[in-house]
Write a protein of this length. Structure first.
Length: 215
C-alpha cells in the first residue's frame, strides 16, 4: 500500500489474489489505502478511526479469521487529516518477508519492494504530501477468495474517499497472497491495479450489482 507521487492519473493518489488470482505483491501502493468515511472511536493518537470496512457484497465464504485480517488491514491503511495510518497494525499483518510490486502502469516496469521500503514509501505519502492535510479512507466493495489449507489468495475491490466525503477518489483491485501462521493470517504478497482511462473496475466475478463503473 504506499503509492508513489505522480504515478497515478488525476483523481487518484500517488502509488505505493477468489479462484486463480495473482500471486504478485504491490509496492507503489502505500499512499492510498482507505475505508468508508464515518465516525468511529478515537485511536491511540486521538484521531478518528474508520469502522471495519463493510463491503456491500462481502464474501460470506471467507474464513472468519481471514476476513477479520482483511478488515483490519484496510482499516490500518486509513488516516484522517493530520493523522497517520496504523503502522503497528500493518506490521502485524504483513509477513516480515512480504514483497510489494508496483505500480501497474502500461509501459512501466513494476518495482519490487520489501516491507521496510513499502512502509517508508507509505509514510512519505501520508505525512509529506497533500494527503497529509486531507487524509484518506477506503471502502471495500467486494472480495473474492480462494483457500487451500494454510494458503489463501484474495482479490479486494476498493474505493478510496476523503474523510467525510462519499465521492470516490480512487478505485482499484488489490491482490493479496496470505499464509496462515501460528500468529494468524499474514500477507506475503501484495499487488494493486488502479482504474485508468479504458480500464474500469469490473463487477464482482459472477455478480452484476457490485463494482459498477461510477458516473
Amino acid at each position: 500500500m504506499p503509492r508513489e507521487p505522480g504515478t497515478q492519473p488525476a483523481r487518484r493518489p500517488p502509488a505505493a489474489r477468489g479462484g486463480a488470482l495473482l500471486l504478485l505483491a504491490a509496492s507503489g501502493l502505500a499512499a492510498c489505502r482507505a475505508a468508508a468515511p464515518s465516525a468511529a472511536p478515537a485511536g491511540p493518537s486521538g484521531a478518528t478511526q474508520p469502522p471495519a470496512p463493510t463491503a456491500s457484497s462481502a464474501a460470506t465464504d471467507i474464513p472468519g479469521e481471514l476476513r477479520a485480517a482483511i478488515d483490519s488491514l484496510y482499516r490500518a491503511f486509513c488516516f484522517d487529516a493530520g493523522g497517520e495510518p496504523d503502522w503497528a497494525a500493518q506490521r502485524a499483518l504483513f509477513h516480515p518477508d512480504c514483497r510489494f510490486l508496483g505500480p501497474m502502469a502500461p509501459g512501466r516496469e513494476p518495482r519490487s519492494e520489501d516491507l521496510e521500503q513499502f512502509l517508508e514509501s507509505f509514510r512519505r505519502y501520508a505525512t509529506g504530501s497533500e494527503r497529509s492535510a486531507s487524509g484518506l479512507h477506503e471502502r471495500i466493495l467486494w472480495i473474492e477468495a480462494f483457500r487451500f489449507g494454510g494458503l489463501a489468495q484474495t482479490a479486494v475491490a476498493f474505493e478510496g474517499h476523503l474523510p467525510g466525503s462519499a465521492r470516490a477518489e480512487t478505485r482499484g483491485i488489490d491482490t493479496l497472497q496470505w499464509v496462515e501462521t501460528p500468529a494468524g493470517w499474514r500477507v506475503v504478497g501484495f499487488a494493486s491495479q488502479y482504474e485508468r482511462p479504458g480500464l474500469l473496475l469490473p463487477p464482482r466475478p459472477g455478480r452484476s450489482a457490485a463494482g459498477a463503473p461510477r458516473d
